[in-house]
Design a protein around this ligand. Structure first.
Ligand SMILES: *Cc1c(COP(=O)(O)O)cnc(C)c1O
Length: 376
């Protein structure tokens, strides 16, 4: 048997909707983008969603928009987790800000809030929690820490379209929540992203930054006689195309059903693997997981060998994540050493992400379980 790591769930209807958009006037951002933004804002119960071309762009724009008024470099620290994808850290670096890493909670893998609190000082500009694997950080506590000190709260919600904590979605308590619609994410258009925000002023500014700081967008200009536009800011080119938005729109009504299927797979994995002594990420009672990734923890001494054996059995897996401070580039540019974040390092050394998506069949899940049983 061959079990892919990921297969998307796009339907013929989704593809027809994208084709339909391509037959229209707007190949770039137009009415479908607007429609998607409104529909996704409704899903998340936030005021505004701004569609962009990746989560990396979303994070970068959030950094720039929030730092606008801090021309002084005193406030240049962004507290975040080492157990994340490079994009989280890169966005901070793109904006000329300084990533301050703190260790994770050993059970959840999410940033440790006690350590966040200790890391806050007079230079803290923002806190950037990552809702790892689709399990939201405690936003209530984080937003309290931030509002006391005028610190921005920017969520990396790349894994967390459907996740909630205490019945709140990403973007409801944070200043900005950044989503990814990359090929393997729960909601996808190949490459894409979005920022959710309840902040009116920031929304207008983000919109400006999304397309070069132009005072009129292409859609605003369409169908009207020519009028001069101006550039009022150094902006970026981070907008989404209409056919991508059309692809995303069709998936929104299926999100809950797909989440329910992933939850079933999650439970099948847990009940099959727990007897083997394999352990899992802890999901707190008040968290509704988006179940984006399914990760297991095995003996670090055997982890890489288990991956090889799974691959030999036709099962594709991956690792989320080897901590940032252990990768070559960040070793060079960040002031951290291996050993600094023991919990993140232990997870990074013991974790394997198994195939996990709605189209995965129960027999395939069982095959993964049986293969792990044989190997371990
Ligand atoms: C996928 C991912 C990103 C980046 O998303 P892109 O849309 O590819 O830019 C950022 N953070 C995390 C945690 C991710 O998994």
């Amino acid at each position: 048997m061959k079990v892919e790591f990921y297969k998307h769930s796009l339907t013929e209807e989704d593809i027809a909707a994208a084709s339909e958009a391509m037959r229209g006037t707007f190949l770039s951002s137009g009415p479908k983008v607007k429609e998607f933004e409104e529909a996704f804002a409704k899903y998340l119960n936030v005021k505004h969603v701004l569609a962009v071309n990746s989560c990396t762009s979303a994070l970068h724009l959030s950094m720039v928009a929030s730092h606008k008024n801090w021309k002084v470099s005193r406030f240049n620290e962004v507290i975040t987790t080492p157990l994340t994808f490079a994009a989280t850290i890169n966005a901070i670096l793109y904006a000329g800000l300084k990533p301050i890493l703190v260790d994770v909670n050993p059970r959840t893998g999410n940033i440790d809030l006690n350590q966040v609190e200790s890391a806050i000082n007079g230079k803290t500009h923002a806190i950037l929690p990552v809702h790892l694997y689709g399990n939201m950080c405690n936003m209530q506590l984080l937003s309290k820490m931030c509002s006391n000190d005028g610190i921005y709260l920017i969520e990396d919600a790349a894994h967390c379209v459907e996740g909630q904590v205490d019945f709140t979605y990403p973007g409801q308590l944070g200043d900005f929540a950044c989503f990814s619609f990359y090929a393997t994410k729960n909601l996808t258009c190949g490459e894409g992203g979005a920022i959710a925000t309840n902040n009116e002023n920031s929304y207008d500014y983000l919109k400006l930054l999304r397309t070069h700081g132009m005072s009129k967008s292409a859609a605003d200009r369409f169908g009207k006689s020519y009028a001069h536009w101006d550039i009022t800011e150094l902006g970026y080119k981070y907008n989404m195309t209409d056919f991508q938005a059309a692809l995303l729109l069709g998936q929104l009504p299926r999100l809950e059903a797909q989440l329910a299927r992933r939850k079933e797979i999650y439970l099948q994995y847990i009940s099959g693997l727990a007897p083997l002594g394999i352990t899992f990420t802890y999901i707190p009672e008040n968290v509704r997981s988006a179940h984006h990734l399914f990760t297991i923890h095995v003996d670090p001494a055997r982890r890489d060998d288990i991956i090889v054996k799974l691959n030999e059995a036709g099962i594709s897996v991956t690792v989320n994540y080897r901590p940032i401070h252990t990768l070559s580039y960040y070793k060079e540019v960040l002031p951290y050493n291996v050993g600094d974040f023991p919990h993140a390092e232990r997870i990074g050394a013991s974790t394997i992400s198994l195939p996990f998506y709605p189209l995965l069949r129960s027999e395939e899940v069982q095959y993964v379980i049986d293969t792990l049983k044989r190997i371990i």
